[in-house]
Design a protein around this ligand. Structure first.
Ligand SMILES: NC(=O)c1ccc[n+]([C@@H]2O[C@H](COP(=O)([O-])OP(=O)(O)OC[C@H]3O[C@@H](n4cnc5c(N)ncnc54)[C@H](OP(=O)(O)O)[C@@H]3O)[C@@H](O)[C@H]2O)c1
Length: 195
């Protein structure tokens, strides 16, 4: 069975989006190099450093399912109907959007909470990893001891204000640093959550 990991681009002051949920400034590193990275399921091609492209590709290669929250789903406009990793995508919400609850929908809506969503995603992912998106989903996952690793793409900026990734967890979490990769305008950090 794979791991349960978070995956976010975060500013040095801990934000993953501006107060209006815009992520544009944070993703400068997607265009800070010469290595083309065609983004799955879109007609977009990023141009990042070779180190970032290699790192980013490994994230796509190892991801078997995505669990995120209704905030991420809404902020991305449901990724125009094409889930970002092209894997089973679980959206934790109290109120599933009826326009997406239909035969052939690319999204699975989970109203029983984060633990249930992660359990379902693990079944789908098999040997691959479950990636957690959504700040509330991440915080609840950490509190419940369900997150194995934290991947941070640390953007070289202070955003100043916005959506905090970790909020106020209210308790101490020990981390073991697993790797550091230097990109351009970003540092890729990987930590294991010590349980
Ligand atoms: N920087 C990056 O790499 C990156 C990547 C992706 C996204 N983002 C940003 O991250 C932000 C994600 O949104 P977010 O912070 O609002 O958090 P979120 O975790 O995606 O969604 C929070 C919402 O999920 C639902 N929810 C949470 N816990 C639940 C539970 N236990 N049971 C049922 N429903 C639950 C609630 O919505 P309902 O009550 O309405 O159902 C809640 O308002 C956006 O600003 C997005 O742009 C950044």
């Amino acid at each position: 069975m794979g791991k349960v990991v978070t995956g976010f681009t975060m500013s040095l002051d801990g934000f993953v989006a501006a107060p209006n949920h815009d992520v544009g400034k944070l993703f400068k590193w997607y265009f800070s190099g010469d290595t083309p990275f065609p983004l799955l399921n879109t007609n977009m091609t990023f141009k990042m450093s070779a180190a970032s492209a290699q790192h980013f590709q490994s994230l796509f290669d190892t991801t078997g399912a995505l669990v995120t929250g209704r905030g991420d789903f809404d902020a991305s406009n449901a990724w125009n109907g094409k889930p970002p990793f092209d894997v089973p995508t679980y959206i934790v919400t109290h109120n599933p959007p009826q326009e997406w609850v239909k035969e052939g929908s690319p999204f699975i809506f989970v109203t029983e909470g984060v633990e249930s969503a992660i359990a379902q995603a693990k079944q789908s992912a098999g040997d691959k990893d479950v990636v957690i998106g959504g700040t509330q989903i991440t915080q609840q996952g950490i509190k419940a001891g369900l997150i194995d690793e934290i991947f941070i793409e640390l953007a070289s900026m202070l955003l100043g204000d916005g959506i905090s990734l970790f909020g106020h967890l209210g308790h101490h979490v020990e981390l073991e640093r697993l790797s550091v990769i230097e990109g351009t305008d970003v540092t890729h950090l990987r930590y294991r959550v010590v349980k």
